[in-house]
Design a protein around this ligand. Structure first.
Ligand code: COA
Length: 167
């Protein structure tokens, strides 16, 4: 396990092939894909292995608890003009335990302090109440709404764009 950095209760680890089965199970789980894409599809383990191989410079981390239990992924999906866009998922059985909040806070610190970002964005479906609550508790503010988008199970909702700025 190659730990890149850590926070109080978790390690942020380089993604490797050994974790591909965990990624595949989660990305194909409705409780994950319904919230992260308007056009979900089923991924194979080989696609996940290829995804791991394709990671070059983007900061993508697999999250482990300090008991070495694998619980999710967090990444900057794009970085442009010192603005990073975060993507995150926590495996369903480990949600609602504040791991998401702690992981986001640590990733924001990494973005601001190590990657010189001036602002970090996240996009969330408006019906993803848990995620919005989590991001607001960290200090993210809504700055844009795109109406009438489909979530990953075909429900019509809005896309909420949120941001946090470096102080
Ligand atoms: C969104 C996600 C990363 C949040 O991580 P998490 O560890 O579950 O969240 P946290 O426990 O840190 O915070 C969740 C908060 O929402 C609250 N909450 C839970 N269900 C809720 C609901 N239905 N409505 C409103 N608030 C809710 C919790 O009580 C908690 O608030 P609190 O801090 O006041 O106790 C995680 O749930 C997840 O991976 N979800 C599926 C994929 C996803 O949505 N990814 C993000 C796409 S933008």
């Amino acid at each position: 396990m190659k730990v890149i950095f850590s926070s109080k209760n978790m390690y942020f680890v380089k993604p490797i092939k050994k974790y591909a089965e965990f990624y595949t199970e989660n990305i194909n789980n409705v409780e994950i894909y319904r919230w992260i894409s308007s056009n979900p599809r089923n991924y194979t383990i080989n696609e996940e292995i290829n995804w791991i191989k394709s990671i070059k410079y983007e900061p993508v981390f697999t999250i482990f608890t300090k008991n070495k239990e694998i619980i999710g992924n967090i990444s900057f999906n794009s970085i442009k003009n010192n603005i990073g866009v975060i993507g995150i998922w926590i495996t369903p059985s480990m949600q609602n335990k504040h791991y998401g909040r702690e992981a986001m806070e640590r990733m924001i610190k990494y973005g601001f302090e190590k990657m010189n970002m001036k602002r970090i964005n996240i996009t969330v479906f408006e019906n993803n109440k848990k995620a919005i609550k989590c991001y607001e508790s960290i200090g993210f503010k809504k700055y844009r709404t795109v109406k009438n988008v489909k979530d990953g199970i075909g429900n019509i909702t809005n896309n909420i764009y949120m941001k946090i700025e470096r102080k």
